[in-house]
Design a protein around this ligand. Sequence first.
Ligand code: 13P
Length: 246
Amino acid sequence: MKKLIAGNWKMNGSAASNVALVQALLSGASDWKCSVAVCVPAPYLAQVQGLVADTGIDLGAQDVSQHESGAFTGEVSASMLQDFGTRYAIVGHSERRQYHGETDAVVATKAQRALAAGITPIVCVGETLAEREAGRTEEVVKRQLAAVIHTNGHCISEIVVAYEPVWAIGTGKTASPEQAQQVHAVLRAQLRAATAHADRVHILYGGSMNAANAAQLLSQADIDGGLVGGASLKAADFLSIIAAAH
Ligand code: 13P
């Protein structure tokens, strides 16, 4: 399967720096063997849609509302994302679970809203350090994915999964390729039990992926790409990760 490298810019960027970053990515683009996406802050969707049009870089959002429309001040709906050519929407990022109280059920509904609008949800799962140390990693990621499977039924083959161990996010501590592969294999088995098309579901790794560790992580059997935070803000680093994905 063609790998997918998605950048998650998080709450970074400006109109000026977005132009510089995308232009640097495009000027460094060679013959990419993988799919590439950038998940940008909602106010910049229109701008970045223009910057990446016809370039082979896909546009993504970092969240989507669980509601369809109406009195939900500050929320952005799936159909609004669709208006700006958004191909992907991250849902259930650990920062949203942690700081915005998103439950498994909310994340599952968000995935459903995205799918209904023709947007591919990138569903994030991952354990905290305390959960890993308590030997609960498998139980936690399976619970998180099970909610999304339960709500989305046969559409589950249309999602992207991102395994992001919370302890590896923004910390410089990466899961070892073996640690990551072990969890990816658990997630693949869970998808297989839910759909005959589990082998075409991308399972991305996220958490301090960088130019130095990407190739080894991406060589694992069930690691189909990366969800890249900090390193996606530096064109040279993001380009190195893209080059490692083939
Ligand atoms: P870092 O790559 O900065 O660790 O962030 C990973 C992440 O959370 C991507 O969604």
